[in-house]
Structures are given as C-alpha cells and as structure tokens.
Design a protein. Structure first.
Length: 398
C-alpha cells in the first residue's frame, strides 16, 4: 500500500488518535520515582490532623495578653498529646510539631519569653492562632493533594507518603523492541569492510527509548531479505511498540513496509512532509504499534524526537512528558521557504527577552557531528519564512 506524503500536523493528529490507552499498575512507593501517577491522591485525614505547633515556645490563651506571669502546667514534646487544659494565667512548654493543648490558642516562641522564678513572662503579646497550623489548614480529608497525571518526583512521593499511599497507581510503561535493517550494517565493535558501515541507529534509537523510562530490546540487525526481515519482525511484534530503522523508502531494497504488511501490520501513514526524514511509517497490528524510521542516522534521530517520543509519552499516559518543547527567538532569519517542515539542529542560549535559538550550519542529513553539537531542534513550518527575532517552536534535546 502506498500513501501520499502528509503534512506534519496531519501526521500528529493521525498518530495521536491511535495511541493505545495505557494500563494502570500498582507499585511500591520506594520504586515509583520517575513513573507517572495514574490516579489523583487524596488526603486520608485532615492535614495537619491536629492544631500543630510551628515553633518551640509556650502555648497560651491569647486573651491573657502579655501579663503578668504565666504558670507552666505541662511540657509537650512532638508526638505527645497533652491531657492538661491550659487555663487563664497558665501556659504549656511546647515543641515544634506537637499538638496544641486544650484551652490554648497561640504559641509565643521561646526567644520572645523569659523565665522568672519558675514562671514565664511573654516579651510580646500574641494573637489567636499565632505560630499554630490549624487542623485541616493544609488539606481537608478527601481533598486532592496530588493530581494525576504527573511524573513522580521525590517531593511528590513525600506527599503520597504523608497521606498513606504506599502502593502507588501508575501507568504501565509500554515495552519496546528496535530493529535496524540494511545489508550494509556491521556491529559498531567491528571494522566495517568495503562498502559497509557501522550500525549507529541500533545504539541511538534504543537509547532514545530508554531515556523515557521504557525497557527496550535491541534486536540484531536484519538484512534486506524478506525471509529474515519477517522473522525478525515477528520477534519484535512481541513487544507493545516495534521501531525499525532503514528500508522504509520506495527503493527496490526497501522491504520493511512489504514485510510488515505480510506480517499483518496495517499502514496508517508512510510519508510525512518533514526534513530530515520524509519516509516514516506508522502502522498497527491489534494492540501493537510499529514505527519505521528512515535509515539515515540524523533522520532516524529527528523523526523519533518529532513523532515517536510524543507518541510514547502519550502511551505512558502523559502528554507533556514526550513533548519537551518551548518557544525561542530566532538568532538569524530562516529566509528560504521549504516544502517540508524542517527540524534544524540548533543551540539554545538565554537573553533578557527569553530563550534564543541559533540554527547550526548543516552539511547534510547524515551530519551526525553537527547533531551532536545541537541541544535543540528549531522548527520551521513548511511554506514559511521566518525573520530574525521571531518566535519559533523548539524541541529540547537535553
Ligand atoms: P535507508 O533508509 O535504508 O535507505 O538508509 C538510508 C541511509 O542510512 C543509507 O546510507 C544507510 O546506509 C544508512 N543507514 C541505514 N541504517 C543505518 C543504521 N542502522 N546505522 C547507520 N546508518 C544507517
Ligand atoms: Mg537500507
């Protein structure tokens, strides 16, 4: 099946409408960092659960003002609930984190008190509520304390722990396999003979996948022969996502799409108007999805960042994860209209007016050295020119 090249925006719409709904699994909180919370967490009790002292000092009744002398009736460390009621003219020594005793409604910090013959004098009067975090002031029982979806950071795990969520509902990460194709490929550890090249996509593409926290099998590369290619594809289709590189154009030796179709994969799109990397395949078989990336190493890298990464982010239940985009001002104009949307390797810097992006001189779409110097890709939409200082969308690489 041949499909006509389509604009990037249309490819994104098509792709993102086909993202399989992520499954939810429950994992121990100790291993949840970096995973994506699937269900919002709610407070299991008021937070704080009691009127909590925010300072070391003396709990008093604010109506007593600052005179004359307070009689200490208790000493309350954190973790202990006082059984005494603080009456008029009385106070209780209290430590940060302890529950305020009955009768008292404020705390004067220790530095603003002095002891005189076993009694306590306040150097300043206090208003009701002074140095006290009232019960329920941080959250009421049932309030959302952490909204899903979000990537869980250590501080988020602390919030979960504070409400007793120690088995955490997270989206299951998809599993992935990568296959490089091409008769010319040799393992990077080998010296390529005449006409052969080292397989670099077999290293970079799995690394791009793993950076998202997704486990990835790097399968041995496949030659441009139908039988071997189909066998390797069958192996790769055991995973949720199969990514191939090379062999997706329309040349005689480009067997990836016919091999996929022979294995029952249905084509969604085959060519996208982006540069580098026009030939890019997406299809599916049941709940398994397949990407075919161009073999050219820069094209494979860029098409992954442009389309595969946001797709995988959505598969993991979180739009923002895959995107990593921002807007920046162009350091120099992009004066030539392009027939395809171009992803220019670029460097980012900052200025008073916001981030600035400078495109790098680019020798060819096989120019890995320039790609390695880039920390961003600047997007020039097809059919447009852009002035210096205009705002462009940028894909962050780091
Ligand atoms: P293809 O998309 O198969 O026509 O390949 C386009 C170009 O990328 C050719 O020059 C290939 O030799 C090169 N190429 C394909 N696959 C790889 C790979 N895995 N690693 C490095 N270069 C590759
Ligand atoms: Mg090839």
């Amino acid at each position: 099946m041949k499909t006509a090249p389509i604009p990037l925006e249309e490819a994104e719409r098509l792709l993102f409408s086909r993202v399989p709904k992520p499954a939810v699994e429950t994992i121990p909180i100790q291993v949840a960092a970096g995973r994506i919370l699937a269900t919002s967490a709610r407070a299991d009790a008021d937070q704080p659960p009691f009127n909590r002292a925010m300072m070391d000092g003396y709990a008093v009744r604010s109506v007593d003002g600052d005179e004359p002398m307070f009689e200490p009736v208790d000493d309350i460390p954190a973790g202990k609930k006082s059984t005494r009621t603080v009456g008029s003219g009385q106070c209780a020594r209290i430590m940060t984190g302890a529950p305020l005793p009955e009768g008292a409604d404020a705390i004067q910090q220790i530095e603003k008190t002095e002891q005189v013959a076993g009694r306590v004098r306040l150097l300043d009067s206090v208003k009701a509520g002074h140095n006290v975090a009232p019960k329920g002031s941080e959250a009421r029982r049932g309030d959302v304390v952490l909204a899903a979806p979000r990537v869980l950071r250590p501080q988020d795990l602390a919030v979960l722990a504070s409400v007793g969520v120690v088995r955490v509902p997270v989206f299951r990460a998809p599993t992935c396999a990568v296959i490089s194709t091409g008769d010319e490929l040799v393992d990077p550890s080998k010296n390529p003979g005449p006409g052969r090249i080292r397989n670099t996509n077999g290293i970079s593409v799995p690394a791009q996948v793993r950076r998202l926290g997704i486990a990835c099998d790097s399968l041995p590369s496949a030659p441009d022969r139908m039988k071997e290619l189909r066998a390797r594809i069958r192996q790769g289709l055991k995973r949720d996502v199969l990514i191939l590189s090379g062999g997706v154009s329309a040349g005689d030796r480009d067997l990836v799409v016919p091999a996929l179709e022979a294995e029952g994969v249905k084509t969604t799109l085959h060519q996208v108007l982006i540069r580098p990397g026009r030939p890019i395949f997406f299809g599916s078989r049941g709940r398994h999805v397949v990407f075919g990336l161009p073999g050219n190493p820069v094209s494979a890298f860029v098409t992954f960042e442009a389309l595969v990464r946001p797709f995988l982010g959505r598969m993991m239940g979180y739009d923002g994860l895959g995107a990593r985009r921002l807007r920046a001002r162009l350091a120099a104009p992009l004066a030539k209209k392009m027939e395809r949307t171009v992803f220019w390797p670029a460097t980012l810097s900052s200025s008073a007016e916001g981030p600035v992006v400078a495109t790098l001189p680019w020798k060819s779409s096989a120019d890995l050295a320039t790609l390695a110097r880039a920390d961003a890709l600047a997007i020039q939409p097809r059919g447009t020119t852009m002035d210096a200082d205009s705002w462009v969308e940028v894909v962050l690489l780091d």
